[in-house]
Design a protein around this ligand. Structure first.
Ligand code: ADP
Ligand code: ZN
Length: 428
């Protein structure tokens, strides 16, 4: 069997859209019970009967993170709280926390989405899956846990940090697959090398699922090379449950987004109109198979585009491209707009460079500190030539000239969770 759920994964566009409309109408009926949507539906005269085609989705206003914050904690619930069995809350690092509620059915559907993703990249019940995500509120922990159990894999809920222990589990248990944040994957590979472990010789690792933070194609290739694995990009966000929203298939060319769970729109964040297919814009998602807390036209703030054309894997669900970043990650410097990922793309091409870097913005200056690979020389003239070449390539990419500083390995801070790559001193 090639697919986890062949019928739905390869459904024709017409059938998929019919299913989406039916699910959308049902979602509107459920959402009417939430105080937040009830008010909006009244104001805009929306009922499930007034939505006659997918195009009618446009009649519904967008929902934002601000709405979630303003209705904290339970103002978005569409079923009685007694019928909810879990809540996840965002860290609140960028403001008040947000809450997402789940019923038992919601959790089961979420696990199904994750299992579908894992199956898609070749994982089976014979695999040993180690999850290096934090458990608790961070959805990468429990989200993958239940998905992997549904798939039938043997799960190792190692949780975040304690790299030496991670390595012991990988070697002792014969772990074949990891779920890991990209910045931590390179860190793990470094510690492996320091400990004399050759991943190809000493471990059974063959697959890693990487996500939760922006990363470049170059970083993916590095992770594959360092760990001797295939690395698949996975996208999730707490508001959309967590992991399992979209995932790469074996083609590694865009992430299939499960359209029996969400309706995808890409909008221009300024005009709020749809962009032509294939163009980059803000991802907007509508949950159509969730009951505790449906979200309609949720503005994710993530920037991506739809990849046109059929995927050779046979799945018909749309593919979204690797993320350019979040709209709030955009750096504006000397009138130039740029994203940290553009810098990473250049840096990761240089074998002489390590995996950790830090961008500091002060007034109208950008400084990039990047660690050298420890295999590299400390010959001053060689380093000078290297600095010049990297700066030239950065200038071509960014259209401005950053100050580049090559530093020794281990000199930049490492985070346990998502990597912090940018320090913007103008914001303090
Ligand atoms: P928080 O908003 O506190 O960071 P989440 O864990 O819900 O909490 O983070 C979701 C966000 O993480 C997404 O909106 C996106 O910006 C980022 N993200 C998740 N997966 C990926 C991925 N595969 N590539 C790039 N960014 C990702
Ligand atoms: Zn595919």
């Amino acid at each position: 069997m090639t697919y986890w759920q062949a019928e739905v994964e390869t459904m024709s566009r017409a059938d998929l859209e019919k299913l989406q409309l039916e699910y959308l109408k049902k979602t509107i009926r459920i959402a009417t019970n939430s105080p937040f949507y009830n008010k909006i539906f009244k104001e805009h005269h929306i009922t499930s009967d007034s939505i006659c085609s997918l195009d009618d989705l446009k009649k519904i206003p967008f929902t934002t993170k601000e709405d979630l914050r303003n209705n904290y904690p339970f103002g978005m619930a569409a079923i009685p709280i007694q019928q909810c069995v879990r809540l996840h809350s965002s860290s609140g690092t960028t403001g008040n926390p947000t809450v997402v509620l789940h019923s038992a059915k919601d959790l089961n559907e979420w696990a199904n989405q994750v299992a579908r993703c894992m199956y898609m990249v070749g994982l089976r019940d014979t695999d040993i899956f180690q999850n290096t995500s934090g458990y608790g509120m961070f959805t990468g922990g429990l989200g993958f846990q239940y998905g992997a159990e549904k798939l039938g894999a043997l799960t190792v809920p190692a949780a975040a940090g304690n790299t030496k222990r991670q390595l012991k589990f990988i070697t002792d248990f014969g772990t074949t697959c990891l779920h890991i944040i990209p910045s931590y994957a390179t860190r793990l590979a470094e510690v492996m090398r320091e400990s004399g472990i050759d991943p190809r010789r000493d471990t059974k690792l063959h697959t890693v699922c990487i996500g939760a933070e922006p990363h470049s194609e170059e970083q993916r290739l590095r992770i594959e090379e360092l760990l001797g694995v295939k690395a698949y990009n996975c996208f999730g966000m707490s508001e959309m449950n967590g992991p399992g929203v979209a995932f790469e298939c074996k083609e590694q060319n865009g992430m299939h987004i499960w359209e029996d769970y969400v309706i995808v729109e890409i909008i221009d964040p300024v005009t709020l109109e749809h962009v032509p297919e294939g163009e980059v814009g803000e991802l907007v998602l509508t949950t159509i198979n969730r009951e505790a807390m449906p979200l309609l036209r949720y503005r994710t703030r993530d920037l991506t585009r739809i990849i046109s054309g059929d995927c050779p894997c046979g799945r018909t669900h749309k593919r979204i491209d690797r993320f350019k970043g979040r709209s709030d990650d955009m750096i504006i410097l000397k009138g130039v707009n740029l994203f940290p990922i553009q810098i990473e793309t250049v840096l990761m091409k240089f074998k002489e460079l390590g995996n950790n870097y830090l961008i500091t913005i002060d007034q109208d200056e950008m400084q990039i500190e990047v660690e050298l690979s420890d295999l590299f020389t400390d010959d001053y003239s060689v380093l000078q030539r290297l600095t010049k070449e990297i700066t030239r390539q950065l200038k071509d990419e960014l259209l401005l000239t950053p100050k580049l500083k090559l530093v020794g390995r281990g000199s930049l801070p490492v985070q346990e969770g998502k990597a912090v790559r940018v320090k913007d001193l103008r914001k303090f």
